[in-house]
Design a protein around this ligand. Structure first.
Ligand code: SP5
Ligand code: ZN
Length: 342
């Protein structure tokens, strides 16, 4: 399988609040380096770096003012005399949600974020932009018919990023940008299947009112798992998009025997939707030893996951999302891609 990647991912490395103190983020550069090394070692196929794409492809999935915020946030933060990671500390919850965009960078950080999990520093924007370009380049290769499938080794990940907010290590929603790009290129119906442990709230939000992009997600039940406020089974889309959103919340401890039949259901919905192209938000934080998640998939199960996704028979773009146990994520990702190709 063709793999797209970017050395620019390493420009972004941030911190997160853990147990009351600032620690290096679980989402660190070694993740992508390990996955790339394992893809190479497995001889999975050709490797290419990203092609630059028009800014219009980003703004097709996010608001103009949000993309502009990401582009300029670090310069505006350092202009206030600070050099450490920019993190929001105030959010426009509920009634504050209708307020106009604040002028001060500290207000804007909250305005454009769902949590304090997406720090911004000097390398963030170039890495985020490159990550989206990796997804777009992979989509091009598949939509043109050159490849049946491709793997976009995106970092930072994207599925928590909504129309105009960052969060959960995510800034631009690479999978949504790729799915929208497929639509722009003339693919009639697209599906996004999200198998990251965490609900893909950003992707859901971007397509919630649209019938042309089906979104299906298997994830830890939001009653107990991040992102807590989205991912329930009764979120089925709205307006013209009613029926084009399918959530499968699953309990802590879910193993392959419990996961696989639910995946079958999700794939049946995708088929019924009439999707002509599939984007997979590929998180391997469903792994039994993942440090921040609570499912129990094992390394060999990822081969079956890839096989099952292949059974949909669709041109497919895999977009890297989460997965945090560095020694194992490369093997687990390679198994999905190998299983798909078998
Ligand atoms: C892309 C992706 O997988 N984002 C995940 C973001 C999760 N952020 C909050 C995680 C909080 C988990 N608490 C960790 C406790 C570890 N003992
Ligand atoms: Zn995740």
């Amino acid at each position: 399988m063709l793999t797209l990647h970017s050395p620019r991912h390493a420009l972004h490395h941030g911190t997160e609040l853990k147990d009351g103190t600032i620690k290096p983020s679980f989402e660190h550069p070694q993740r992508a380096d390990t996955i790339l090394a394992q893809v190479r070692a497995a001889g999975l196929g050709e490797l290419r770096t990203e092609q630059p794409h028009d800014r219009a492809a980003l703004v097709a999935a996010h608001s103009e003012r949000y993309v502009q915020f990401l582009e300029t946030a670090w310069a505006r933060w350092t202009a206030t005399g600070r050099q450490h990671d920019a993190l929001p500390l105030v959010w426009p919850v509920r009634e504050g949600g209708q307020a106009p965009e604040p002028e001060h960078i500290d207000g804007q950080l909250g305005f454009y974020a769902m949590d304090a999990g997406a720090p911004i520093n000097g390398g963030t924007w170039p890495a985020v932009q490159a990550s989206a370009h990796v997804a777009l380049t992979a989509l091009d290769a598949v939509a043109s018919g050159e490849q049946r499938a491709a793997f976009a080794l995106c970092r930072p990940p994207g599925h928590h990023a909504g129309p105009e907010y960052a969060g959960g290590y995510c800034y631009l929603n690479n999978a949504a940008i790729a799915a929208q790009h497929a639509r722009t290129l003339g693919v009639g119906r697209v599906a996004v299947l999200d198998v990251d442990f965490h609900h893909g709230n950003g992707t859901q939000a971007i397509f919630y009112r649209r019938p042309d992009v089906f979104f299906a997600s298997l994830h830890g039940d939001p009653l107990r798992s991040y992102p807590y406020f989205w991912g329930h089974a009764d979120e089925t889309g709205a307006g013209e998009g009613l029926g084009a959103n399918a959530n499968y919340p699953l309990p802590h401890g879910t193993d392959w025997a419990a996961y696989s039949p639910v995946l079958t259901q999700a794939l049946a919905r995708i088929r019924a939707h009439g999707a002509e192209l599939l984007v997979v938000s590929l998180g391997v934080d469903t792994f039994e030893h993942d440090p921040i998640s609570h499912f129990r998939l094992r390394t060999a199960d990822y081969l079956r996951l890839g096989q099952q996704i292949a059974s949909a028979g669709l041109p497919t773009v895999f977009v890297m999302e989460g997965g945090y146990l560095v020694d194992d994520i490369g093997r687990n990702v390679v198994n999905v891609l190998r299983g798909f190709e078998d």
